[in-house]
Design a protein around this ligand. Structure first.
Ligand code: BGC
Length: 922
C-alpha cells in the first residue's frame, strides 16, 4: 500500500453505494417505486426524523462526523416536494416527545414512541402523490429482540399508522430502518404498495436508501434471511433464549435449509429474495465438472427498461444419502455489473465440491469425522432466490471422502436432533435421531501434542525487528522472554489503555517495560465492526451494518469499502479491527444479528472474507468474531449452546473457516459463552484442533472482553484462565495492568502446578509476536513508517468535542487537592465538561474517580480526560450494578498553574460522585 491518505469522498461514495445495494425491496405493486421527479411526498413516522445508523453496544459506538438519515436525504433531493405541513406536525410532536435514549448500554428501548396518526395528518396523505412511512427498530449487545410489540412486531400505534396511511394514500411505501428482519404479517393486512428494508446504513445510510427510493440506484439487494409468517415458525425459537442451556435441536436445518425442506408454506419472503426495478433473464447450465470443481455458466440479460444489477444464486440439492440433507444449499453466488437495458453478461462460477460436502459425525457412511459426498444425483439450481430457482443441470457422483478430519468439540450431552427423510413423492419428513456424542477427550489430545519448551535465555540483545530482518529466528527471540513477561503477554490491557490509540478497546503484546525493551510494540485493536470505536470522542467513519452488507451479495464492493476502513485504522495506529462479526442468524430474536450477515454460512463467510481481504490490502488485521455459537445475548456468558458436531462444522463454523482459508484472517475472538459444555475461550479443540491444525490459521486468538473459561464439568469463573492458555487462546482481554494480575487469575499457579506449561505460553507468545511482525505496530516501533504515511497521519483531521459548560476550580490552599464535585458534571454519551483548574502544586496528581452505574458488569462506560486538549487517559469502568467504586490514575500537571481539564463521556447511565486530584508527594 503506498497511498496512505484517506479519501473521505471516496469512502463516503463506497459506503453510499453499499447502503443502496443492500436495500431489499420486498413489495412494489404497480411500480410504486421509484419515486418520480416532481412528485409530492408525505413523510410519516417519527423515525424519519432520527434514523438508526447502527445497532447498540460495542458494534455501534462510532463517533461520526455526520449522519445522513432518510429525511435528511429526502430533503437534499431537490426533485421531490416534501409535504412541509406534515413535517411541521411531526416536528412539533417530537419536541414534546423527544427521542428516548433509555438507560444506556443494554437498556436502550427497541423502538421509539410513535405519534398517533390524526385526521389532519391523513389529509396530508390524500393530498400527495405518495406516502412514505418510516419504521425503526434497534437492538444490540446485551439486549436481544423480544417477540412482542415494539421489538419484533409493530406496536399498535405503528400498525394503525400504516393501516390508516395505506387507506388514505394513493401509494404507500413502508421503509424499514431496522437492524434485523421483523415480523411482516402486517403487509398482507394493509397491502402497502411498496415495502423496503433499508436496514441500518451507517453515516451514509439515508443517502443510500434514497438513491434506491428515487431509482438513482436500481434496487438489487437480496434477503440474507428467510422471513417466515410467525416467529414460532423458526425451528430454533423453541430453544432460544435460555440463559443457561439451549439445545440446537434443529441441527443443520437453519433458515431456508429448514423452510425449503419442511415448511415452504410458512415462508412470506424466501432467502435470497428481493425485487428490482428492471427484469432479468438468466440462463444457466453446468459447463464443467472435474473431480474437485463444478463450473456453472450463467448468461444474464437485462430484459427490462432501466439499468441494474442482478444477483445470481446457485443452490445444490445433494442426495439424501445416509446423512440426510436439506432440499437446498447455497453453494455460490455472483453479482453482475450494472447492465443497461438489453445488455448481457456471462458469468463463469467455479464451485469447489467441498462446498457441497456433508460432515459425517456418526460414522453412518462408514467414514466418521469426514467431509463426504454421498452417492447419487447432484441437482443444481440457479436463480435469484432460493424458491424461484430453476434447474441448471445435474450429475452423478459416487460416494467419496473429500476430507478426513478428527472428531472435535462434539457434544457430551445426549439429545435428539432433526433429520430429513425424503418420501417417495419427493417431499421431506422431519424425523429425529440421537446426536453422536464425544468419544475423544480434548485434554488427552492436548497432552499428546504439547509444544516443546524453549530454554529461557534472558535478554540477549535481540529486538523483534531483528526477526523481521531475518537476523534471528522467532524461537531465538522468544526464548529471551522471561516467565513473568510470558504470563503478562497473555493479558491484554484495556479498555482505553494509554499505551495505544486513545479510546480503543485494548493493547496487547509489548505491554510491560521489559517487553518494550525487547522491541515488542504494543499492538492496538478497536471495535468494530461498523466503523472504528474510539471512546474518547475521536471521530471515525460509520459503516453500514453487517446484515446490510450481506444483502448486497457484492463481495467486490464490500472489499473496496473495507480497504478504506483498513486505511482509516492505519491512520489511527490501530492494528486490528474487532470485526467483522460473523455469527449465524440462528433466530431473528438475536439482538446482535445487525452486526452479523446471514442465516447462511457460505454467504457469511464470503462477505466476511471480502472484508478481511479488504483490510489486509491496507496492511491491517481483522478479528473475526465471535468464535463460535454466540447466537443470543441473553445469558451470553452463562449459556451453553449444545449442538452436534455436524451442525457445528456445517453451520456455525463454516463462515469462520471461509474467512480464515479464503480471507486470510489473522485474528479471532472467542465468545463469552460455552459450546458443548466448554467455554469457547478454553476449548482446545476449537482454538487448536480445528482453527489451527485443520484450517492452517497462524494468527492470534483473543477472548471477548472479560470472558471466562472453565475446567470441564465445572462452571466458568473469573480467575479460571489457565484453560485459555492451554487451548491456545493467546490473549485474555482485558485487565487494567497486566503485571499486577488484578483479576487474580490462576495462570501462574497452574504453571507452578504443572497444569499448563512454559512451552504453551511460549507458543502463544510466538503467535502474538507473529501477528505484530505483520502489523504496522512493528514498523512504528522500528521507526520504519514512511514519511508519506507519517504525513498522512499528521494531516488526519483533528476532531474535537464540544464542551458543555466551563467550571472554574482552585486547589485547596492547605491540602493542595482539587475536588470536582459530581453534581457539576453532565455524564451522558457524547457529552463533555470542561473545568478550568488552578493548581498550586506542580507534579503528579492521583486522580481518584468515584463512580457507579446501575448496569450489569459487561456494560462498558468510558470517561476520557484531556489536559489542555491533549488526551491523557480514558478510564473505562464496567457496570457496577449500583455500587460505588473508585478508580485511580496518575495525571501530571508539572508545568504551569492553569489548565483546562476536559472530561468526555462515552456512555449513558454513569454517575460520578466526585473526582479528587490529590498531589503525589512521596
Ligand atoms: C463485545 C465484543 C467487543 C468487545 C470490546 C464485548 O462486549 O462482545 O464484540 O469487541 O466488547 O468492546
Amino acid at each position: 500500500m503506498n497511498n496512505y491518505k484517506l479519501n473521505l469522498e471516496k469512502y463516503a461514495a463506497l459506503a453510499r453505494q453499499a447502503a443502496a445495494e443492500g436495500c431489499v425491496l420486498l413489495e412494489n405493486r404497480d411500480q410504486a417505486l421509484p419515486l418520480k421527479a416532481g412528485e409530492k411526498v408525505a413523510v410519516f413516522g417519527r423515525m424519519a426524523f432520527h434514523y438508526y445508523k447502527s445497532g447498540l453496544g460495542s458494534g455501534g459506538l462510532v463517533n461520526t462526523r455526520y449522519t445522513v438519515g432518510i429525511l435528511d436525504a429526502l430533503k437534499g433531493n431537490k426533485e421531490l416536494h416534501l409535504d412541509e405541513k406534515l413535517l411541521e406536525i411531526y416536528s412539533r410532536w417530537i419536541e414534546e416527545n423527544p427521542f428516548d435514549e433509555g438507560e444506556g448500554w443494554g437498556k436502550v428501548p427497541w423502538c421509539q414512541k410513535e405519534m398517533p396518526v390524526t385526521e389532519e395528518m391523513l389529509e396530508c396523505a390524500g393530498k400527495n402523490d405518495v406516502s412514505l412511512v418510516v419504521i425503526g427498530r434497534t437492538a444490540g449487545e446485551d439486549q436481544d429482540n423480544n417477540a412482542g410489540a415494539g421489538s419484533y412486531c409493530l406496536t399498535e400505534t405503528e400498525e394503525e399508522l400504516i393501516a390508516k396511511v395505506c387507506a388514505a394514500s394513493r401509494r404507500t411505501v413502508v421503509v424499514l430502518n431496522v437492524g434485523n428482519i421483523i415480523d411482516m404479517s402486517w403487509v398482507a393486512k394493509y397491502q402497502p404498495q411498496a415495502v423496503i428494508y433499508v436496514w441500518q446504513g451507517g453515516q451514509e445510510g439515508g443517502n443510500g436508501a434514497v438513491d434506491v427510493l428515487t431509482g438513482k440506484v436500481c434496487a438489487c439487494g437480496k434477503l440474507t434471511d428467510t422471513i417466515a409468517a410467525d416467529i414460532h415458525d423458526y425451528p430454533s425459537t423453541a430453544d432460544f433464549g435460555d440463559p443457561y442451556k439451549n439445545f440446537y435441536k434443529e441441527d443443520i436445518y437453519v433458515g431456508y435449509r429448514y423452510f425449503e425442506t419442511f415448511a415452504k408454506d410458512k415462508v412470506l419472503y424466501p432467502f435470497g429474495y428481493g425485487l428490482s426495478y428492471t427484469t432479468f433473464e438468466t440462463k444457466a447450465e453446468i459447463s464443467g465438472n472435474t473431480e474437485d470443481e463444478l463450473t456453472v455458466s450463467a448468461t444474464v440479460t437485462n430484459t427490462g427498461s432501466v439499468k441494474g444489477k442482478e444477483v445470481v444464486q446457485v443452490y445444490a440439492k445433494v442426495p439424501q444419502g445416509k446423512l440426510g440433507n436439506p432440499a437446498r444449499k447455497l453453494i455460490a453466488f455472483a453479482k453482475t455489473a450494472e447492465l443497461a437495458s438489453g445488455e448481457t453478461e456471462e458469468l463463469c462460477i467455479i464451485i469447489p465440491k467441498y462446498d457441497m460436502a456433508s460432515y459425517d459425525d456418526s460414522g453412518v457412511t462408514g467414514h466418521k469425522s469426514c467431509y463426504v459426498l454421498e452417492a447419487g444425483t447432484y441437482e443444481i439450481f440457479v436463480g435469484s432466490d432460493v424458491r424461484s430457482v430453476q434447474p441448471a443441470g445435474s450429475y452423478e457422483e459416487k460416494f467419496r471422502v473429500l476430507e478426513e478430519l478428527q472428531e472435535a468439540y462434539a457434544p457430551v450431552e445426549a439429545f435428539r436432533r432433526m433429520k430429513a427423510v425424503q418420501q417417495p413423492d419427493g417431499t421431506y419428513t422431519a424425523t429425529e435421531e440421537e446426536v453422536p456424542l464425544r468419544t475423544v477427550d480434548p485434554q488427552v489430545r492436548r497432552k499428546e501434542n504439547l509444544p516443546a519448551e524453549l530454554e529461557i535465555t534472558g535478554d540477549k540483545g535481540y529486538k523483534l525487528v531483528d526477526v523481521l530482518d531475518g537476523k534471528v529466528s522467532l524461537d531465538e527471540f522468544t526464548a529471551q522472554i522471561s516467565r513473568e513477561d510470558l504470563i503478562a503477554m497473555f493479558r491484554g490491557e484495556g479498555m482505553c489503555s494509554p499505551k495505544v490509540t486513545a479510546g480503543t478497546a485494548a493493547a496487547f503484546g509489548g505491554i510491560t517495560d521489559t517487553l518494550q525493551a525487547l522491541g515488542i510494540p504494543a499492538g492496538c485493536c478497536a471495535d468494530g465492526p461498523s466503523g472504528i470505536r474510539m471512546d474518547c470522542g475521536t471521530k471515525a467513519f460509520s459503516l453500514p451494518n453487517g446484515t446490510l452488507l450481506g444483502c448486497t451479495f457484492n463481495t467486490e464492493l464490500v472489499g473496496a469499502l473495507y480497504e478504506m476502513t483498513g486505511k482509516e485504522l492505519r491512520l489511527n495506529k490501530i492494528d486490528s479491527l474487532l470485526g467483522p462479526g460473523m455469527n449465524i442468524h440462528r433466530n431473528p430474536l438475536n439482538g446482535r444479528n445487525f452486526e452479523y450477515i446471514s442465516e447462511d454460512p457460505l454467504l457469511t463467510g464470503r462477505i466476511c472474507a471480502a472484508q478481511v481481504k479488504g483490510m489486509r490490502r491496507s496492511g491491517i488485521g481483522s478479528t473475526i468474531k465471535h468464535f463460535c455459537g454466540n447466537n443470543q445475548e441473553v445469558g451470553r456468558s452463562t449459556s451453553d449452546s449444545v449442538m452436534s458436531e455436524r451442525c457445528l462444522r456445517e453451520i456455525y463454523l463454516k463462515g469462520f473457516e471461509i474467512a480464515v482459508k479464503e480471507g486470510g484472517a489473522r485474528s479471532v475472538m472467542t465468545t463469552y459463552g460455552s459450546v458443548n459444555g466448554l467455554w469457547t475461550a478454553g476449548s482446545y479443540d476449537l482454538c487448536t484442533t480445528i482453527l489451527r491444525k485443520e484450517w492452517g490459521f497462524d494468527g492470534i486468538v483473543m477472548t471477548d472482553w472479560w470472558a471466562k473459561s472453565n475446567y470441564e464439568g465445572h462452571q466458568a469463573e473469573v480467575p479460571v484462565k489457565a484453560p485459555m492458555v492451554a487451548a491456545q487462546n493467546d490473549i485474555y482481554m482485558v485487565v487494567t495492568d497486566a503485571r499486577s494480575n488484578p483479576e487474580q487469575d490462576d495462570v501462574e499457579a497452574q504453571l507452578n502446578a504443572g497444569v499448563i506449561t512454559i512451552g504453551e505460553l511460549q507458543r502463544n507468545a510466538r503467535n502474538i509476536l507473529g501477528f505484530l511482525l505483520k502489523s504496522p505496530a512493528i514498523l512504528h516501533m522500528a521507526g520504519r513508517i514512511s514519511e508519506e504515511e507519517l504525513e498522512a497521519m499528521n494531516a488526519r483531521e483533528e476532531d474535537d468535542v464540544d464542551a458543555n459548560n466551563l467550571v472554574k476550580l482552585t486547589s485547596d490552599p492547605e491540602t493542595q487537592e482539587i475536588v470536582i464535585d459530581g453534581s457539576l458534571l453532565h455524564p451522558a454519551r457524547g457529552n463533555a465538561d470542561v473545568l478550568a483548574v488552578t493548581n498550586d502544586f506542580l507534579g503528579d496528581f492521583n486522580v481518584i474517580f468515584t463512580m457507579k452505574s446501575d448496569l450489569d458488569p459487561l456494560a462498558q462506560l468510558p470517561v476520557s480526560v484531556f489536559l489542555d486538549n491533549i488526551h491523557k487517559m480514558t478510564v473505562s469502568i464496567q457496570g457496577t450494578q449500583g455500587k460505588w467504586i473508585q478508580e485511580t490514575r496518575i495525571l501530571n500537571m508539572g508545568f504551569g498553574n492553569n489548565h483546562y481539564i476536559k472530561l468526555y463521556y462515552g456512555a449513558d447511565n454513569l454517575q460520578i460522585k466526585e473526582i479528587r486530584l490529590v498531589p503525589v508527594t512521596e
